[in-house]
Structures are given as structure tokens and as C-alpha cells.
Write a protein that binds this ligand. Structure first.
Ligand code: GDP
Ligand code: MG
Length: 180
């Protein structure tokens, strides 16, 4: 029937960044609408699927979490394979996690690329923004940072308060669809 004619998009999206920045919390909140303060750090790679109706099409967002590998500051090529997009996450209360963002970006760009050879769409997430009152002074700096380092955009997020997760995901999806 008509249903089978509905166009489907499957996107593998990586969620990377230092230990404790909130990667698992972001995925749980966005996909399962739950939040907890203690997730056991499982070892290995895990992924969660978010299915969205997008106009008359279907988007399947496969979010790849990492656990245990953060401490090495890089991932294997197998993990990066066929990724279409990425979130690089840092914790706004811990500057060292922001410093690590560029290391993650370099690792990503050195190991993952689209079929056409360009780098994969990456969005920067400034997580735990519920912990800091006013980040607006940082806005311009962050815009410039993204331009300088090849991020398509950035969002202040909170997995705790469910802030901007949908917006960030939709932004990335739009970009991936446009460049598919
Ligand atoms: P991961 O190691 O990057 O996967 O980080 P987790 O998701 O395990 O989160 C590490 C800790 O930060 C946990 O105690 C979370 O409850 C907490 N956390 C995650 N996101 C937020 C957030 O948006 N706000 C606050 N205040 N805490 C958060
Ligand atoms: Mg985790």
C-alpha cells in the first residue's frame, strides 16, 4: 500500500566527548524521556533508535553512545564507520571538557568522512546549562569557534531539564537531509 512508499532515512549519529559530560543522559532523555543521576558506565558501544515522522517521510536516528572508551580520547574506525552526523558534547561546568572538544573533532575528522569525502556534520553541545545562569556572553565566541573549527552549529543543552535536545537533533537532521 501507500505506506511502503513512504521514504525512509537511516542516519547513524555519534555522540562523543569526555567522560561525564552527559552523553548517555542526553541519549536517554531524547530517546526514552528519562533522566537519572546515576547511569552505570557500561563498557563498549551502545545505540538507541529514535524514529521521527518528518513531513511525509520517516527518519530513523541511530544514536551511538560510547562507554569506557572516553578515557582514551579517541575511538576506533569501526565505531565511526558510516556515520552521517555527530554530536560532540562538553560540560559547561568543566573547562577541561571544552578543551577536549577539538581533540574529539580531530579524531572524528581523521577517521570518518562521507562517501563524497567531506567531513561529517557535527554539532557542538554545551551540556548541563541548567548549572549556569547566563551563557549569552559566550554566544558570539561560540559562533566563531564553530566557524573556525568546522561545526555546523552549537546548542546549550540540559539532559536534566530537557532543554534544546529536540532542537539540536532537528538541526542536525535537516542538515543531513540536505546533504544526503
Ligand atoms: P557520560 O559519561 O558522558 O555518558 O555522562 P552521563 O550521562 O553518565 O552523566 C554524567 C553525570 O552528569 C550524571 O550524574 C548525570 O546525571 C549528570 N548530568 C548529565 N546531564 C546533565 C545535565 O544536563 N545537567 C546536570 N545538572 N547534570 C547532568
Ligand atoms: Mg556514558
Amino acid at each position: 500500500g501507500m505506506r511502503s512508499l513512504q521514504k525512509e532515512h537511516l542516519y547513524k549519529v555519534l555522540v562523543i566527548g569526555d567522560l561525564g559530560v552527559g552523553k548517555t543522559s542526553i541519549i536517554r532523555r531524547y530517546v526514552h524521556q528519562t533522566y537519572s543521576t546515576n547511569y552505570r558506565a557500561t563498557i563498549g558501544v551502545d545505540f538507541a533508535l529514535k524514529v521521527l515522522n518528518w513531513d511525509s517521510e520517516t527518519v530513523r536516528l541511530q544514536l551511538w553512545d560510547i562507554a569506557g572508551q572516553e578515557r582514551f580520547g579517541n575511538m576506533t574506525r569501526v565505531y565511526y564507520r558510516e556515520a552521517m552526523g555527530a554530536f560532540i558534547v562538553f560540560d559547561v561546568t568543566r573547562p577541561t571538557t571544552f578543551e577536549a572538544v577539538l581533540k574529539w573533532k580531530e579524531d572524528l575528522d581523521s577517521k570518518a568522512m562521507l562517501a563524497n569525502g567531506s567531513s561529517i556534520a557535527t554539532v557542538l553541545l554545551a551540556n548541563k546549562c541548567d548549572q549556569i545562569r547566563d551563557l549569552t556572553n559566550n554566544g558570539l565566541k561560540m559562533d566563531q569557534f564553530c566557524k573556525d573549527h568546522g561545526f555546523i552549529g552549537w546548542f546549550e543543552t540540559s539532559a536534566k531539564d530537557n532543554l534544546n535536545l529536540k532542537e539540536a537533533a532537528n538541526f542536525l537532521i535537516k542538515h543531513m537531509m540536505a546533504t544526503e
